[in-house]
Structures are given as C-alpha cells and as structure tokens.
Design a protein around this ligand. Structure first.
Ligand code: ATP
Ligand code: MG
Length: 283
C-alpha cells in the first residue's frame, strides 16, 4: 500500500492546531521541531513540515498527497487542488485598511492610490471586480508599517483580532476575503481510500468539537418538556434512577447554542447537569 504524505506548516500560526488535529485522529508521530519529515507509526502516512507558502504547490505537483493550509495561501498561489475539508481553525480575514487620519470613506477613493500587500493576486482580482485601479505594491512582510513610512496610502493584510492594525493607527475599511485552514489534496486524491479514511477521522474529530455530552436528572413528570429541548445524535437515552420518579437523560448538544439550552433545560426541571467534552463522533 502506498504511503500517503501530508504537508503541514513547520512553525507558525497553523502548526500547533494542525499537529493537534492529526494527533486527535489517533495518528502517532514524533513532532520534532528539527525534522522535515515524520513517519506515522500506526497509519501509512508521512508528515512533511514545510513553510506554508510551499504547501499548495507541493500538493498540486503530487509531492504531498494532502496539505493543511490557509485558504488565503491557496487563492494567492492559484493552484489546482481539491478542497477536501474546512478545518475550523486559523480563521482570519484579508482586509484593506487605511490610516485612521485618512479621509477615505468610499472604496472608489482607492483609485490611483498605492496599496501595500503580500497578497497581490487576491487583491488584484478584488479591485478588478470592483472596477478600481490602484497601484498594488507587493512587499514580503510588515505590511502594516508601510503607510506610516510613506510607502503606501492603504494596506491589504490578514486580520484576526484587529489589534495589530489598531496599534499601527490603521482602521479596517473593506473585507477582501475570509479564510480558515483547510485540508487540500492533489486532484483525484479524494478517490484514494486512505484519504477517505483520513477525512472521515478528521470529520469525526470536528463533529465532536462542535458538541458537548450532557447528562442530567429530571423528574418523570417533567421529562417530555426536557426531551423537547434535546435534539441528540438520534434521540436522547433515558435511564431510570434508583429513586423511582427520577430518570437520567444522556445526550449531545451543539456547542453554539449550549448556554441557551442549559438555561432552558433548568427552567424545564433539569437538575445535576453534567457537561463533558467529546473526543470523537463516528456516524
Ligand atoms: P511560514 O513561515 O510558514 O511561511 P507565515 O509567517 O507565512 O509562515 P503565519 O503568520 O504563521 O504564516 O500564518 C499562517 C496562516 O495563519 C495564514 O496564512 C492565515 O491563513 C492564518 N492566520 C490566522 N490569523 C492570522 C493573522 N492574524 N495574521 C496572519 N495569518 C493568520
Ligand atoms: Mg508563509
């Protein structure tokens, strides 16, 4: 059986979460900072640790079968790869920002202005769609200091909290794209059964992250109104307790409406609510 290769970022914002995801998929490997390649002992897979900029091309050319990288990097490198799965981490937006003492209020005012960015391809497409012609200045880093140095009138850069923009006297002005880490594969890799197995493991980890396991006690007379609030994977399990009028209900709840549901459950008569993380959900 051919050993698969997956490329992940060697160090940087996506490294830790990528390693964590693969470990949560039950893959055993050493995460030596010094090595470029690490074999997985319990799955026919090798992990390549690379600069994130190189990952899309390695996957396009089939040197790696799979890769974990930000959507922003894929769009910028314009590679032909298969998008296999959004991964829910590394979330950020590519934004145009202007100095806060600037009088620019409308996107058309960027016509003829200089915009510094490390994302000339994505920015170029965005401006073209809007019919705006700006002078795109491609620089390789520290984009946020360029207006202060007089190198540009605006910038286009990745933002997550906005703290870096703020501390450089810049305000976000327009959203160019939003991005998160994704699993990509060489064209056709989605037909490989090992790739399919890995995607299934990843999806079961992601599903588990989105949900909590909840156990609660309720008096039988209040059971219908409590059950009405619980969607569950199929339906909640109801287990009798030693005290005859009471039952324990076991179920899973989506993390996003967790706090709302908990207060509704309490109002409906639920007591002794225990909430636990879930490792995997295999459907
Ligand atoms: P490398 O050394 O691998 O080339 P890098 O410096 O290009 O790393 P990082 O800063 O580690 O890249 O960011 C990796 C990815 O993390 C980005 O391409 C983006 O998808 C995502 N990301 C999430 N939040 C942010 C943010 N606030 N700024 C930059 N990137 C972010
Ligand atoms: Mg990079």
């Amino acid at each position: 059986m051919k050993t698969l290769k997956i490329a992940i970022q060697k160090s940087g914002r996506l490294n830790e979460k990528s390693v964590e995801l693969l470990k949560n998929c039950g893959l055993n490997f050493e995460n030596y900072k010094s090595s470029l390649i690490s074999p997985v002992s319990n799955f026919p897979l090798e992990i390549l640790f690379l600069r994130d900029d190189d990952i899309p091309e390695y996957v396009q050319d089939g040197i790696a079968d799979l890769g974990i990288v930000g959507e922003n990097v894929i769009q910028e490198t314009e590679v032909e790869v298969s998008y296999l799965q959004k991964l829910g981490f590394g979330k950020c937006s590519l934004k145009i920002a202007v100095p806060n003492n600037n009088s620019i209020t409308d996107i058309n005012q960027l016509n003829g202005k200089a915009i510094a960015t490390t994302y000339p391809v994505i920015l170029g497409k965005y401006l073209k769609e809007k019919g705006i012609s700006s002078d795109i200045r491609t620089i390789s880093g520290s984009v946020e200091i360029s207006p202060g140095l007089g190198l540009s009138d605006a910038i286009c850069d990745l933002v997550s909290t906005g703290g870096t923009l703020k501390s450089n006297g810049l305000i976000p002005f327009a959203d160019v794209m939003s991005s998160e880490a994704v699993l990509i594969g060489s064209k056709g890799s989605e037909n490989n059964h090992l790739v399919q197995e890995l995607i299934q493991r990843i999806q079961s980890v992601l599903r588990a992250k989105e949900t909590k396991y909840v156990v609660l006690n309720v008096e039988r007379k209040n059971l219908p109104s409590v059950l009405a609030l619980l969607p569950g994977v199929k339906s909640p399990s109801v287990v009798p307790l030693a005290e005859g009028d009471w039952v324990a209900v076991h179920t899973v709840i989506p993390e996003r409406d967790f706090w709302d549901r908990i207060s509704q459950l309490k109002q409906a008569g639920a007591q002794g609510i225990v909430v636990m993380p879930i490792e995997k959900i295999i459907l």
